[in-house]
Write a protein that binds this ligand. Sequence first.
Ligand code: HEC
Ligand code: HEC
Ligand code: HEC
Ligand code: HEC
Ligand code: HEC
Length: 446
Amino acid sequence: MSRTLITVLAVFLWCGVSQAGESTAQGSLPYDRFEESSVCADCHTLLSTQYNHSLMAQSFTHAWDEKEYFELAVPHAEKFAKVEGIKAGCNGCHAPLAYLAGDIPPQHPEAGTRANEGVSCDICHSITGFDGEIPFNFNYVMEPGETKQGTRPGRESDHHEIAVNDFLKSAEFCGICHNEQDPFGMWVKATHLEWREGPYGKAGIVCQQCHMPAADGALVEDGDMVPGARQHTFAGVHFPQMTTGAVQILLYPREESVSRGGTVVLDATVMNTKAGHMIPTGSAEERVVWMDVEAIDSAGNHWHLAVDRKGFAGEDWTIADPGALAYQDIAEIQDLQDFEGLSRDGAVPAGDRIFRMPYLDPQGRMTIAQWNTASFGPDYRLPPLKGVNESYTWKLPTGVAPGRVEVTATVYMTRVVSSVADFMGLPEGEKEPMPMGTAQAVFTVN
Ligand code: HEC
Ligand code: HEC
Ligand code: HEC
Ligand code: HEC
Ligand code: HEC
């Protein structure tokens, strides 16, 4: 056999393996190829209850998803050729059943179509692998049908066959939808890539360990006890239980006592101690994570402290400025006249440090439309298990009362920058500040 023929055969066989499964191109798998999650719930009761509370069960019906898709993404796709692919593409991750069925754009959630099932049980349990080198942009390979992809040998069900597939235990499985490249080639979501670069990826601590806790229990109602059954909680920023304590702050005054009118310097070390990726990750264009520092003097007066500048390129984007405007591309998307933009930082107090990576539109302005990102500003987020230092130089105003001064530093997150939440008419909860960590320090004024 000639060398060329061997190579050709090898390539052919390799392709055969990597692309096993059916086509997952838009429109190639009708809705009825997948079972409804409510069917699985008949037997897998607990896992279904957990899953139903997660955002993956609501990835199409959730208010902000519906609004962003129908009021920003679809109109933009219809007028700007560069991003026309998103009209279908958003659904590859958010409404995979509709994407695979070719039901594009899906009807609004109120129509009650199967798009509403979001990332359903049967979608995930039909995935056998991904196509290519990197999992991203819904490059799933699937074998939907009788056989559900599982992980434990020797299990049996009257309802379905079970295939043992270790791919479900990998972080790459999650990366299929948790890494996203936009039409400009920017990594607008890189949760799996961030994880892989960081200490948890290096230690092999996969997403499932934090987002699908292993708890002894049964997989089905009245089933056998299984050690370390993977719970289907998938909790993220919509669960204060996850965000609380995700950030650790230590705060020290350089001077224990200061004379009236003098200057005190406070140092803070901030660390992401709980998340396996950046904080914020994923939808980092819309989450706002910031540190607020406030002092209370012995007379009960409140004083706000502004962060010291470090002087890096693009730092202005990381310090809250109530006068700064952004998101001007909404005017082009929605054909608005006289729209100068929205407040860049929403309700974040002036001078607070914001841990963010700005997503910039083709004109270099911050955007909330991740698909319209042509470049990024500096990456000033909180990497896993890495400290970030901030300092606060405070020249005491004469009004500060003598005696004990208590300083509190708090890191907060809002899911959506408040100015955008108001403009889009989102439920109040989306702009509510959630505390992620706090610290206190004390000094005296003589
Ligand atoms: C009629 C009941 C029934 C229904 C309906 C059902 N299953 Fe199962 N399933 C079982 C039983 C029983 C097992 C084996 C449990 C055991 O051995 O502890 C099982 C096991 C599994 C496993 C493998 C567990 C492992 O550790 O590998 C997966 C995955 C699974 N089911 C997914 C699904 C999905 C997805 C659906 C809906 C599309 C579904 N099941 C519907 C009864 C059911
Ligand atoms: C986002 C993808 C995803 C969705 C949605 C999902 N699963 Fe799973 N499921 C997984 C993964 C991944 C595992 C294996 C995790 C591991 O072992 O590390 C798993 C494991 C399981 C297991 C076996 C657990 C064990 O420890 O043996 C069952 C049973 C199961 N899923 C049923 C369901 C049912 C029922 C639903 C819907 C209510 C559902 N899954 C929704 C990804 C998903
Ligand atoms: C088929 C695509 C898909 C796969 C595979 C997938 N996800 Fe998701 N995931 C999504 C989408 C879409 C959302 C956004 C839901 C929304 O609209 O808020 C999401 C949201 C989440 C959230 C955020 C919840 C919150 O409260 O904000 C977590 C956590 C999560 N996924 C974990 C995982 C893990 C862990 C895996 C792998 C075991 C995984 N996902 C696999 C599509 C997927
Ligand atoms: C060491 C535990 C840990 C690991 C490992 C981990 N996460 Fe997380 N994850 C968290 C915590 C804690 C949060 C909540 C704080 C936050 O928002 O970052 C979170 C948040 C999230 C969110 C919501 C973020 C947002 O701003 O909407 C998603 C999505 C997510 N994780 C997906 C993943 C995926 C995918 C992987 C694997 C590639 C992974 N996580 C690995 C702990 C972990
Ligand atoms: C490659 C998969 C993928 C594609 C494509 C995708 N998303 Fe997402 N989307 C996600 C994941 C995963 C999350 C959750 C990220 C996180 O919380 O960190 C998310 C989060 C969101 C959120 C925030 C939801 C919340 O609960 O706060 C909105 C809104 C959203 N996406 C809209 C869109 C729109 C509109 C498009 C198309 C322009 C799109 N997405 C394309 C995977 C995707």
